[in-house]
Design a protein around this ligand. Structure first.
Ligand SMILES: Nc1nc2c(ncn2[C@@H]2O[C@H](COP(=O)(O)OP(=O)(O)O)[C@@H](O)[C@H]2O)c(=O)[nH]1
Ligand SMILES: [Mg+2]
Length: 242
């Protein structure tokens, strides 16, 4: 595989005022090949203005400000298009709330030297989640088991939002047709990569629930994932793209 020379870390943000500066700095410090793109959805708390200030002082930082809260999935699609239009060899998906430790980036990138899709996985060596209430942990774990069953994929953490994805994989996604958000978005892009025969590896990471700001996860995102996984499987069986 081609060596990774330039990598874009895509950070979707909605009301991450307390976290965004730190996450950008830590991602940039983790590996010198990495640039950052923040995709902000007009956060009412002023996240965009903070990123703009950081961007002006640092050529490795970019910002796309969208008009309103359009969801995590389309924020990543916007980031993928940005990367494909430039010379990035891969993208990193990482949350803004420091649940994903930026210090893991070198290890994830090392794995991506030999794999098309690297999952920063909470569930591939025991359960590595800190500070989640049991209910949330059970929900997330059950979602992974359920979607493994529904899609037939063998990986342990299918809803993971920490990943390295090589350009070749992004090239095969029909970006304008991806409608899913949240959990199902994460499952859907893994499913596409899996179906296209790309190599997918899981690297263990520890996920720590945010200490600042609040989660945007909601019931709708969970229900959406529950039916979409079957739709993905069925579309694949019938030969449609999902
Ligand atoms: N641009 C954008 N980012 C979002 C949206 N919803 C969530 N995010 C970001 O996605 C990441 C994960 O969201 P979070 O609320 O922490 O979800 P949780 O970790 O599942 O509880 C964070 O960086 C959020 O700021 C959205 O609608 N638009
Ligand atoms: Mg979070």
């Amino acid at each position: 595989m081609n060596p990774l020379r330039k990598v874009l870390a895509i950070i979707p943000t909605y009301n991450e005022r307390e976290n965004v500066r730190t996450v950008i700095e830590r991602v940039l410090a983790a590996d010198e090949r990495v640039s950052v793109l923040v995709v902000d959805d007009a956060s009412p708390d002023g996240t965009g203005a903070i990123v703009e200030e950081v961007r002006r002082a640092n050529a490795r930082v970019s910002l796309i400000e969208r008009g309103g809260k359009l969801g995590l999935g389309t924020a990543y699609v916007t980031g993928f298009k940005y990367a494909l239009a430039r010379e990035f060899d891969a993208v990193i998906e990482i949350d803004a709330d420091l649940s994903h430790n930026p210090d893991d980036i070198p290890r994830l990138l090392r794995a991506a030297e030999n794999a098309h899709f690297v999952i920063g996985s909470r569930y591939c060596s025991g359960v590595n989640v800190i500070n989640w209430p049991l209910s949330r942990l059970l929900l997330s774990y059950a979602a992974s088991v359920y979607s493994r069953f529904a899609t037939g994929m063998p990986y342990r953490d299918l809803t993971a939002g920490y990943a390295v994805i090589r350009r070749e994989v992004l090239d095969t996604l029909d970006l304008d047709r991806i409608r899913s958000n949240g959990y199902s978005f994460q499952i859907e892009i893994k499913f596409n990569a899996h179906r296209n025969g790309f190599s997918i590896v899981e690297v263990p990471i520890v996920f720590t629930e945010r200490s600042q700001g609040s989660s945007k996860m909601n019931r709708r995102i969970v229900f959406e994932a529950m039916w979409r996984v079957w739709k993905m499987r069925l579309s694949a069986l019938l030969g449609f793209s999902s």
